[in-house]
Write a protein that binds this ligand. Sequence first.
Ligand code: SER
Length: 607
Amino acid sequence: MLTSTELRQKYLDFFKSKNHAIIGSASVIPENDPTVLFTTAGMHPLVPYLLGQKHPSGNRLADVQKCIRTGDIDEVGDMSHFTFFEMLGNWSLGDYFKEDSIKWSFEFLTDKKWLGLDIAKLAVTVFEGDENAPRDEFSAGVWKKAGMPKNRIAYLPKKNNWWGPAGQTGPCGPDTEIFYWRGKTEFPPEDSNPKTDEDNWLEIWNNVFMEYNKTDKGTFEPLVQKNVDTGMGMERTIAVINGLTDTYQIDTMWPLIQKIEEISGREYIENAEITKAMRVIADHLRTATMIMGDDRGIAPSNVDQGYIVRRLIRRAVRYGKIIGLKENFCSIISQKVIEILGEVYPELIRNKEFILTEMAREESKFRNTIEQGIKEFEKLVDGFRQAFEKTGKLVNQISGKQAFKLYDTYGFPLEMTLEMAIEKGLTVDVNDFDIAFKKHQELSRVGAEQKFKGGLADNSEISTKYHTATHLLHTSLRKVLGDHVAQRGSNINAERMRFDFSHPEKMTDEQKKEVEDLVNGAIAKNYPVSFEEMTVEEAKKKGAIGLFEDKYGALVKVYTVGDDKDFFSKEICGGPHVENTGTLGKFKIVKEEAVSSGVRRIKAILE
Ligand code: SER
């Protein structure tokens, strides 16, 4: 049995032996990127470096990245869909390309010293070529030379063998994908490959050869540097290598299922409905825990990432009803997630109290209203039936107003109303709901959905200014309120900046004025902004603030505003920043409000 701990370790050790620097997982909340809610792939936090910026740890990197994809949330409950997953990756930033990448993948997978997988159970696909890029004979040739049998190499179109960009524009290119046999027979038939026999092969690793930049005109231009971006999905790889068809049986998930069995007294294999409910609960609470446990700690709320956390927890509670869970249980499962993944992601341990408190608070809040909400929903359905019996007229749509009442008064996320409606053969007037919702909320769910589809933030001039202003604000808040102030989140768009930070109470008008004056004072001084690369330990010693998320001793960038010794602000950060603070304009706080207990939010503008 290959364990998750072994796979992570072997992977990182292997690439270390090939001179890669091991970097820590970036946050699941993208830094200063307003167009996406979550980090969806290992390449996402590395985009600036794929585009040519120098990475402080060098041009060969390897990591295990926390990823979240909620686009498939409705599919969760089958054997393989997860909303959170870990992705192993190795990176060449303009260094090695196809040849080494393929050779090393083959060595890692098949050499007895590493995974020692049977070549007979492996197959690969390569890009078949089109008008944007040629047929990838080169990669196929390297595979053959490495030892991959010819009949296990298939050519596929862009739909399959092309990756990226992560948003609308950005780095992308052809890829070669590696598959493991999961058919019923021990070994694949002679002529089987992922093209002829799609269902029996599972993709475990994707090596992307990023050589193009997709522009906003939809054209593909050669990138300044050729990169390699590979991604190996941890969970599915562990499952398939261990011969498990049900991914929930892997070592990072199964203890969650066991805990759910224990507290509900039901059995996972009892029937399909119970199995599905347990999977949804395990998946959703794991993801909610990972989002809340990130150092940019997010609490359940009605906007952005907080809304997703809320939706995940509420959905888990609803599925809990199916297996008879009437008391609060979410923090019990969350605790188990922290036990399983805390060693790999120590931020979970640091933020344990926050996670468990917020989880329990959200669950209690929801439980208080859910019973009434379900009654209200049933009353609605009953009303439709009675109307039909009386008038013979069939109404099978819940109006936007009705759905909004369920949301507003009873805390039903729209998706839950939709799901319950489907169970009763009804529809919901979603457009009408959106109108009611938009009137009521700062950000509609539709807006949030669009963010998933959106591209990465551009580093336009104004974003860069706001980015530097964020550092000035962070330091000023600590000067005025105290050293307990730490960044909990940040979001920038062309109109404003938003900064979340830990602080127990509302700021007074005087405090806000003092902070504004400090920031504007720093702007007036026209301080130079510079950066240096160093280890996290050195950064701490020099008095830098910021997220100390890198635990492997890799180098980080530290931005200083002012003189190196006599600085206004020093913070770990990837950049970019302006060169002098004098260009920022006038800083103004437009709002200060609570986000969750102990976390405040400031919205500010540069005029
Ligand atoms: N970016 C590619 C993926 O997510 C490889 O890492 O599959």
